[in-house]
Ligand binder design. Structure first.
Ligand code: RNT
Ligand code: ZN
Length: 415
């Protein structure tokens, strides 16, 4: 069988393919609920524009328009991908019942009960994100607003989200990563750069003053370089988030690889942060020329990120996907990106790490280059197929027809 042959070839390099497969099965990767409905959520008018410097493009039919549809779609994705899925929710996906509605500063754990039931039935954990965008209270700033009433509203939202994250972690018995990202910034050259950054800091401090169990809830700060309509200045810059997280024992740096200048590489940032901090969080995406949130591919940088995660300690990094493509079948977009990141992680786990390090430390850069190049054409696909089989999930070539059938039977019937 081709897997045995492939396993033997890896074994000759000192790599245990069975161990790589067993390990990857246990590594949670957060699946972002927002790919299913173009980041619209359920708590405000779905026709309103997306704000906060992010945008989806495309109008492919079949977008999920209700919690039931989104859950069905997530189930479909889970059936198509190998690995340990975790759900990633935004606060805007609160589920209200019996005509009730609560604004973001008043959200309660019970508004996420349906999601808890969903995750519990599937044995998966849940991560969470306060939603500081697409809402009338963005003035347009949120946590850095000079208007105290606005700032207070968003701090109260953040604190409500800490309570919800604590609830998710407790109910599901799995840690909840709570990521704080706000698109606060200015289109044009600001006159005061430090003022908003000081208010942002004060707001983060106030949010994190809400009590929570540090072994269950992991707040993060996600930085950004710029956004649509906020091209000149972003309050939560890379430096701001690095400094903020490094100054506290209850906040983690979150790196989104779409949030840097196009020649900067997140694969090279991971080890710098892990040289200081115990934990790190990632949003894996694909920027095309800018933070365009294209579907994650099995490309060089995704593989390099995965290799670094493995080498620095896969259990030290909270892994999540973050992209949204509305121009193709959304289930396909979701499954393609999730499968590709799984592939990248498996590829990383199949590197003869110790041997490569030894070559580097010996200064044997010729041999190192040859070996790194040859590793690219090892029979990786056979190990990948075996991993999919071990997870009881469809192989490459098998899943897309199932996606097409779902489009025909379900998505195409949506209004
Ligand atoms: C935006 C950030 C952020 C969002 C999600 C929806 O640029 O990447 O993480 O994509 O929270
Ligand atoms: Zn992100």
């Amino acid at each position: 069988m081709s897997f045995d042959e492939a396993r033997r070839k890896y074994s000759a390099l000192g790599v245990d393919a069975d161990r790589a497969i067993e390990k990857l099965k246990t590594v949670p990767v957060s699946l972002h609920c927002w790919q299913g409905d173009d980041v619209r959520g359920f708590d405000t008018d779905p026709q309103k524009p997306l704000t906060g410097g992010i945008q989806t493009t495309g109008n492919y039919p079949g977008r999920a328009g209700s919690p039931q549809e989104l859950m069905a779609d997530i189930d479909k994705v889970i059936s198509l991908v190998p690995g340990q899925v975790k759900l990633n929710l935004h606060a805007s996906y609160a589920i209200f019942e019996d005509g009730e509605w609560a604004d973001r500063d008043k959200l309660e754990p019970r508004h996420f009960k349906k999601w808890v039931d969903f995750c519990r039935e599937r044995g998966i954990g849940c991560d969470f994100n306060p939603t500081f965008f697409s809402h009338p209270k963005c003035d347009p700033l949120t946590l850095s607003s000079p208007h105290e009433e606005t700032r207070r509203f968003w701090v109260d939202h953040g604190r409500a989200c800490i309570r919800i994250s604590q609830y998710l972690a407790e109910e599901l018995g799995k840690p909840c990563v709570m990521n704080i990202w706000a698109g606060d910034g200015y289109k044009d050259v600001p006159a005061d750069r430090i003022g908003p950054r000081l208010r942002y800091k004060k707001s983060f401090d106030e949010i994190l003053s809400e009590p929570f169990d540090k072994t269950k809830v992991y707040p993060c700060a996600e930085s950004k370089v710029f956004g649509i309509g906020v091209e000149s200045y972003t309050v939560g810059s890379a430096e701001w988030c690095l400094k903020y997280a490094s100054g506290r024992d209850d906040c983690i740096c979150l790196l989104d690889n779409g949030h840097y200048h196009p020649t900067e590489l997140v694969s090279d940032k991971i080890s710098s942060i892990l040289a200081y901090d115990e934990k790190l969080a990632l949003h894996v995406t694909r920027g095309v020329r800018w933070d365009s949130d294209h579907v994650v591919l099995f490309d060089d940088e995704t593989r390099e990120i995965a290799k670094e995660v493995v080498r620095c300690g896969i259990d030290r990094v909270f892994l999540a996907l973050d992209y949204f493509d509305a121009s193709i079948n959304r289930i396909s977009a979701w499954a393609t990106g999730f499968r590709n990141f799984q592939k990248a992680l498996l590829f990383g786990l199949l590197q003869p790490v110790e041997e490569l390090k030894r070559l580097q430390d010996q200064g044997n850069f010729s041999r190192l280059m040859v070996m790194q190049e040859e590793l690219k054409t090892m029979p990786f696909g056979d190990i990948w197929d075996e991993y999919c089989r071990a997870c009881g999930k469809p192989l490459d070539g098998e899943w897309y027809p199932l996606c097409e059938a779902y489009e025909r039977d379900v998505l195409s019937k949506r209004g």
